[in-house]
Design a protein around this ligand. Structure first.
Ligand code: QAP
Ligand code: CO
Length: 173
């Protein structure tokens, strides 16, 4: 396993759509393991391949620290089959947008289909934080970030803070 470098906003690769996996070979299994290791080392609860610069439809989610009865989810080619009209609200963060957190409203229940590491098709019905986190990670695979769900003003405020941080870093170099 390996720890991969996580890309931060405004890296343009976070805005690209990841490609479907056509065959689950050793490199895909390795990517799943590396994503898990990178997520745990960074104390995250979800990570998508786009965030480490790999444009393939693979993502991992583990919210067991908060919801102990949920499964560790390793998703290849995930797809939302249905989403509830009822919404729920969670404070979200993102390893690619460090230090920024905002409440995001999303469907409270989702039915998601994906391939597991054995190439077996799974259908999972998720609610609570698990449902939110799964949607957040599938968004990454489509080049979307949680800040895209915020009001214009909240999103601009976060982007401004990131720009400010960047300019401070470039001055100190
Ligand atoms: C997505 O995000 C998520 O800013 C996963 O300094 C998070 O694991 C969905 C993290 C919350 C729903 C609710 C963020 C770690 C981790 C940071 C993460 C940070 C350190 C984010
Ligand atoms: Co994220």
């Amino acid at each position: 396993m390996a720890f991969l470098k996580i890309l931060n906003l405004p890296d343009p690769r976070l805005r690209l759509k990841a490609q479907k996996i056509s065959q689950i070979d050793r490199s895909v299994l390795r990517l799943v393991d590396d994503l898990l290791e990178t997520m745990y080392d960074s104390e995250g609860c979800g990570l998508a391949a786009n965030q480490v610069g790999i444009l393939q439809r693979v993502a991992v989610v583990d919210v067991r620290y908060k919801e102990p009865d949920t499964p560790l989810v390793k998703m290849i080619n995930p797809k939302i089959l249905s989403a509830s009209e009822h919404l729920s609200c969670y404070e979200e963060g993102c390893l690619s947008v460090p230090g920024q957190y905002e409440e995001v409203k999303r469907p409270a229940h989702v039915k998601v289909q994906f391939l597991d590491e054995n190439g077996k098709e799974n259908v999972l019905e998720a609610h609570g934080l698990l449902a939110t986190c799964i949607q957040h990670e599938i968004d990454h695979l489509d080049g979307r970030l949680f800040i895209d769900h915020l009001s214009y003003l909240k999103k601009e405020s976060i982007l401004r803070k990131i720009k400010k941080k960047e300019s401070v870093i470039s001055l100190s170099k």
